[in-house]
Design a protein around this ligand. Structure first.
Ligand code: ADP
Ligand code: MG
Length: 248
């Protein structure tokens, strides 16, 4: 098993944001986590990536307990994430952003100016998302779709074995969504990368995921194939009152 999450829990004040969640992801598998706003999806990703420490539970990667490793040590092992909110440095160029990610993966921190200013891994990551021609552009001035592609390049630059993608198509038009999803699927397949992702667009979820987990109020309440989740009345009920969130 590539990723195993055992009974993770965290509370913020009196709120159980993630409650006793266990899950696993196999090598090359594509797994979606869905659930209404506030269900705890981003918090769960923060626990898996090491951005947050759980109150209890463990995270295993490739059979090893990584619960005590910080986020960038997890990245070095091949566990990379994107954020629901942008993680790019808006004042650096697209190339410098990717170079910074490469250096984190190599354990060099963010010392952008102390080492070589180019790196084949950075070129490769930009090329893989079709942004080579934007390399010199200041990231904050890129079109939104290109900023999203750049975020994907940052994840790819660390040579992940598992990508955690938190709403990778948030804010995109249907056309941008389709293009981004196709790109993620192609790159994951070509590079043998497993995906664990959250997404509000059910077209994306059911098109990409081999397995779907449903989170509600911090707890996993359903798990199954896309077809079984789509047909599950409890899941449909969860989304009542969130018009537009569940687009089948
Ligand atoms: P989702 O990503 O599924 O929309 P989140 O993980 O962002 O949900 O949030 C889960 C719950 O935890 C929400 O009620 C949210 O307000 C709360 N929460 C998230 N992060 C924090 C935090 N750092 N401090 C306090 N409450 C938080
Ligand atoms: Mg979220």
């Amino acid at each position: 098993m590539l990723l195993t999450v055992e009974s993770l829990s965290i509370a913020f004040g009196g709120l159980d944001a993630v409650q006793n969640v266990s899950l696993s992801v196999e090598e090359r598998e594509r797994v979606a986590i869905i659930g209404p706003n506030g269900a705890g999806k981003s918090t769960l990703f923060n626990l898996i990536s090491g951005a947050l420490r759980p109150n209890s539970g463990r995270v295993l990667f490739d059979g090893q307990d990584i619960s005590r490793l910080d986020a960038h040590q997890r990245v070095k092992r091949g566990l990379a994430r994107s954020f629901q909110r942008s993680s790019i440095f808006p004042k650096l160029t697209a190339y410098e952003n990717v170079l910074a990610a490469v250096m984190v993966q190599r354990g060099r921190g963010f010392d952008l100016f102390g080492v070589a200013r180019t790196d084949p891994a950075a070129d490769d990551a930009l090329a893989s998302v079709g942004l080579s021609d934007q390399a010199g552009r200041v990231a904050g001035t890129l079109a939104l779709g290109d900023q999203k592609r750049l975020e994907l390049a940052l994840v790819l630059a660390v040579k992940p074995r598992l990508m955690l993608l938190d709403e990778p198509t948030a804010g995109m038009s249907p056309e941008e969504t389709a293009a981004t999803v196709a790109l993620v699927e192609r790159l994951a397949a070509e590079r043998g990368i497993a995906l664990l992702f959250t997404e509000h667009d059910m077209g994306v979820v059911f098109g990409v995921a081999q397995r779907v987990l449903v989170l509600s109020q911090g707890a996993l309440v359903a798990e199954g194939s896309p077809d079984s989740i789509r047909a599950n009345p409890d899941v449909q009920r969860l989304y009542l009152g969130e018009p537009g969130s569940l687009r089948f």
